[in-house]
Write a protein that binds this ligand. Structure first.
Ligand code: ZN
Length: 205
Protein backbone atom coordinates (compact mmCIF):
# COMPACT_ATOMS: atom_id res chain seq x y z
CA UNK A 1 0.00 0.00 0.00
CA UNK A 2 1.12 3.52 -0.74
CA UNK A 3 0.30 6.59 1.34
CA UNK A 4 0.70 10.24 0.42
CA UNK A 5 1.27 12.47 3.45
CA UNK A 6 0.27 16.11 3.04
CA UNK A 7 2.36 18.03 5.57
CA UNK A 8 0.91 21.20 7.07
CA UNK A 9 -0.69 22.73 3.96
CA UNK A 10 -2.35 25.42 6.06
CA UNK A 11 -3.25 29.07 5.54
CA UNK A 12 -0.62 30.40 7.93
CA UNK A 13 2.15 28.72 5.90
CA UNK A 14 1.27 30.27 2.53
CA UNK A 15 1.58 33.88 1.33
CA UNK A 16 -0.79 36.05 3.37
CA UNK A 17 -0.44 33.84 6.44
CA UNK A 18 1.39 34.39 9.72
CA UNK A 19 4.45 32.30 8.80
CA UNK A 20 4.40 32.29 5.02
CA UNK A 21 6.55 29.96 2.95
CA UNK A 22 7.47 31.53 -0.38
CA UNK A 23 5.29 30.05 -3.16
CA UNK A 24 3.70 27.75 -0.58
CA UNK A 25 0.32 28.10 -2.26
CA UNK A 26 1.71 26.77 -5.56
CA UNK A 27 1.78 23.19 -4.33
CA UNK A 28 -1.97 22.79 -3.78
CA UNK A 29 -2.92 22.27 -7.46
CA UNK A 30 0.12 20.03 -7.99
CA UNK A 31 -0.91 17.85 -5.04
CA UNK A 32 -4.54 17.79 -6.16
CA UNK A 33 -3.44 16.23 -9.46
CA UNK A 34 -1.27 13.63 -7.70
CA UNK A 35 -3.63 12.31 -5.07
CA UNK A 36 -5.42 9.70 -7.17
CA UNK A 37 -2.13 7.83 -7.71
CA UNK A 38 -1.95 6.76 -4.07
CA UNK A 39 -3.93 4.20 -2.12
CA UNK A 40 -4.28 6.46 0.90
CA UNK A 41 -3.97 10.19 1.53
CA UNK A 42 -3.24 11.49 5.03
CA UNK A 43 -2.76 15.07 6.22
CA UNK A 44 -0.88 16.55 9.14
CA UNK A 45 -1.98 19.81 10.72
CA UNK A 46 0.04 22.13 12.94
CA UNK A 47 -2.44 22.76 15.74
CA UNK A 48 -1.17 24.93 18.58
CA UNK A 49 -2.85 26.24 21.71
CA UNK A 50 -2.49 30.05 22.03
CA UNK A 51 0.04 29.63 24.86
CA UNK A 52 2.38 27.47 22.78
CA UNK A 53 6.05 27.65 23.74
CA UNK A 54 7.23 28.02 20.14
CA UNK A 55 5.63 31.47 19.84
CA UNK A 56 8.04 34.36 20.40
CA UNK A 57 5.08 36.37 21.74
CA UNK A 58 4.91 34.01 24.72
CA UNK A 59 8.49 34.83 25.77
CA UNK A 60 8.90 38.45 26.93
CA UNK A 61 11.76 40.20 25.15
CA UNK A 62 12.14 37.53 22.47
CA UNK A 63 11.43 37.80 18.78
CA UNK A 64 10.86 35.34 15.95
CA UNK A 65 14.11 33.68 14.92
CA UNK A 66 15.56 33.77 18.43
CA UNK A 67 16.59 30.43 19.88
CA UNK A 68 15.67 29.43 23.41
CA UNK A 69 15.65 26.24 25.44
CA UNK A 70 12.16 24.83 25.90
CA UNK A 71 11.90 21.97 28.39
CA UNK A 72 15.41 20.82 27.57
CA UNK A 73 15.20 21.18 23.78
CA UNK A 74 16.61 23.87 21.51
CA UNK A 75 13.65 25.80 20.14
CA UNK A 76 13.53 28.36 17.34
CA UNK A 77 10.87 30.96 18.12
CA UNK A 78 8.21 31.61 15.50
CA UNK A 79 5.47 34.19 15.00
CA UNK A 80 2.11 33.11 16.40
CA UNK A 81 0.77 30.61 13.84
CA UNK A 82 -1.72 27.78 13.37
CA UNK A 83 -3.62 28.47 16.57
CA UNK A 84 -6.34 25.84 17.03
CA UNK A 85 -9.68 26.70 15.42
CA UNK A 86 -8.45 29.88 13.74
CA UNK A 87 -8.54 30.50 9.96
CA UNK A 88 -4.74 30.36 9.86
CA UNK A 89 -4.78 26.76 11.04
CA UNK A 90 -7.27 25.66 8.38
CA UNK A 91 -6.12 23.83 5.28
CA UNK A 92 -5.47 25.99 2.23
CA UNK A 93 -8.88 26.31 0.54
CA UNK A 94 -7.49 25.32 -2.87
CA UNK A 95 -6.23 22.00 -1.47
CA UNK A 96 -8.62 19.15 -2.24
CA UNK A 97 -9.06 17.26 1.03
CA UNK A 98 -11.93 15.01 0.00
CA UNK A 99 -9.63 11.98 -0.22
CA UNK A 100 -7.86 12.64 3.10
CA UNK A 101 -8.55 9.51 5.14
CA UNK A 102 -7.28 10.91 8.40
CA UNK A 103 -5.83 14.13 9.81
CA UNK A 104 -3.05 13.93 12.41
CA UNK A 105 -2.69 17.08 14.49
CA UNK A 106 0.59 18.03 16.14
CA UNK A 107 2.05 20.75 18.32
CA UNK A 108 -0.87 20.56 20.72
CA UNK A 109 1.29 20.40 23.87
CA UNK A 110 2.30 23.97 24.84
CA UNK A 111 5.58 22.70 26.29
CA UNK A 112 7.07 21.09 23.19
CA UNK A 113 7.09 21.73 19.44
CA UNK A 114 6.38 19.11 16.83
CA UNK A 115 7.81 19.39 13.34
CA UNK A 116 7.32 15.75 12.39
CA UNK A 117 3.89 14.33 11.73
CA UNK A 118 4.92 11.24 13.70
CA UNK A 119 6.46 12.49 16.98
CA UNK A 120 7.11 15.68 18.93
CA UNK A 121 10.61 17.15 18.66
CA UNK A 122 11.78 15.20 21.71
CA UNK A 123 10.33 11.92 20.40
CA UNK A 124 8.42 11.82 23.69
CA UNK A 125 4.92 11.23 22.32
CA UNK A 126 3.66 9.77 19.05
CA UNK A 127 0.76 11.26 17.11
CA UNK A 128 -0.50 7.83 16.09
CA UNK A 129 0.40 8.31 12.42
CA UNK A 130 3.02 5.53 12.38
CA UNK A 131 0.71 2.97 13.96
CA UNK A 132 -2.11 4.03 11.67
CA UNK A 133 0.01 3.53 8.55
CA UNK A 134 1.16 0.12 9.76
CA UNK A 135 -2.42 -0.92 10.65
CA UNK A 136 -3.33 -0.01 7.07
CA UNK A 137 -0.46 -2.12 5.69
CA UNK A 138 1.32 0.86 4.17
CA UNK A 139 4.93 0.18 3.11
CA UNK A 140 5.59 3.12 0.78
CA UNK A 141 5.26 6.64 2.13
CA UNK A 142 5.34 9.70 -0.13
CA UNK A 143 5.82 13.05 1.57
CA UNK A 144 4.94 16.53 0.29
CA UNK A 145 3.92 19.89 1.75
CA UNK A 146 5.36 22.65 3.91
CA UNK A 147 8.05 23.33 4.76
CA UNK A 148 10.84 21.31 3.15
CA UNK A 149 13.44 22.29 5.74
CA UNK A 150 11.27 21.77 8.83
CA UNK A 151 8.09 19.72 9.05
CA UNK A 152 8.52 17.90 5.74
CA UNK A 153 12.11 16.95 6.58
CA UNK A 154 11.37 15.67 10.06
CA UNK A 155 8.30 13.77 8.87
CA UNK A 156 10.36 12.04 6.16
CA UNK A 157 13.22 11.23 8.54
CA UNK A 158 10.88 9.72 11.14
CA UNK A 159 9.14 7.67 8.43
CA UNK A 160 12.51 6.15 7.49
CA UNK A 161 13.25 5.38 11.13
CA UNK A 162 9.90 3.62 11.45
CA UNK A 163 10.83 1.31 8.59
CA UNK A 164 8.84 2.75 5.71
CA UNK A 165 10.27 3.17 2.21
CA UNK A 166 10.13 6.94 1.88
CA UNK A 167 9.93 9.21 -1.15
CA UNK A 168 9.99 12.99 -1.10
CA UNK A 169 8.01 14.70 -3.84
CA UNK A 170 10.30 17.68 -4.19
CA UNK A 171 8.12 19.52 -6.71
CA UNK A 172 5.21 19.36 -4.25
CA UNK A 173 7.16 20.94 -1.38
CA UNK A 174 8.34 24.45 -0.61
CA UNK A 175 10.83 25.52 2.05
CA UNK A 176 11.54 28.39 4.43
CA UNK A 177 15.29 28.83 3.71
CA UNK A 178 15.76 31.05 6.77
CA UNK A 179 19.47 30.78 6.00
CA UNK A 180 20.39 30.41 2.32
CA UNK A 181 21.12 26.74 1.69
CA UNK A 182 18.74 25.37 4.32
CA UNK A 183 16.54 23.68 1.71
CA UNK A 184 19.50 22.07 -0.07
CA UNK A 185 20.91 20.94 3.27
CA UNK A 186 17.55 19.42 4.20
CA UNK A 187 17.36 17.52 0.90
CA UNK A 188 20.89 16.21 1.42
CA UNK A 189 20.12 15.15 4.98
CA UNK A 190 17.04 13.26 3.83
CA UNK A 191 18.94 11.64 0.97
CA UNK A 192 21.68 10.47 3.33
CA UNK A 193 19.05 9.00 5.66
CA UNK A 194 17.63 6.91 2.84
CA UNK A 195 14.81 9.08 1.48
CA UNK A 196 14.46 8.93 -2.31
CA UNK A 197 14.05 12.45 -3.67
CA UNK A 198 11.72 12.54 -6.66
CA UNK A 199 11.88 15.67 -8.78
CA UNK A 200 9.20 17.08 -11.06
CA UNK A 201 5.52 16.35 -11.07
CA UNK A 202 5.62 12.79 -12.39
CA UNK A 203 6.77 11.38 -9.20
CA UNK A 204 5.77 7.91 -8.36
CA UNK A 205 8.80 5.71 -7.77
ZN1 ZN B 1 4.08 25.29 14.56
Amino acid sequence: MTALILVDIQNDFVPGGALPVKEGDEIAPIINRLQSRFDLVIATQDWHPANHGSFAANHPGKKPGDIIELNGLKQILWPVHCVQNTPGAAFVPTLDIRRVARIFQKGTDPGIDSYSGFFDNGHRKATGLGDWLKANRVSYVYVCGLATDYCVKFTALDAVQLGFKVYLLEGACRGVNMRPGDIDDALEEMRRAGVTILRGEHMKG
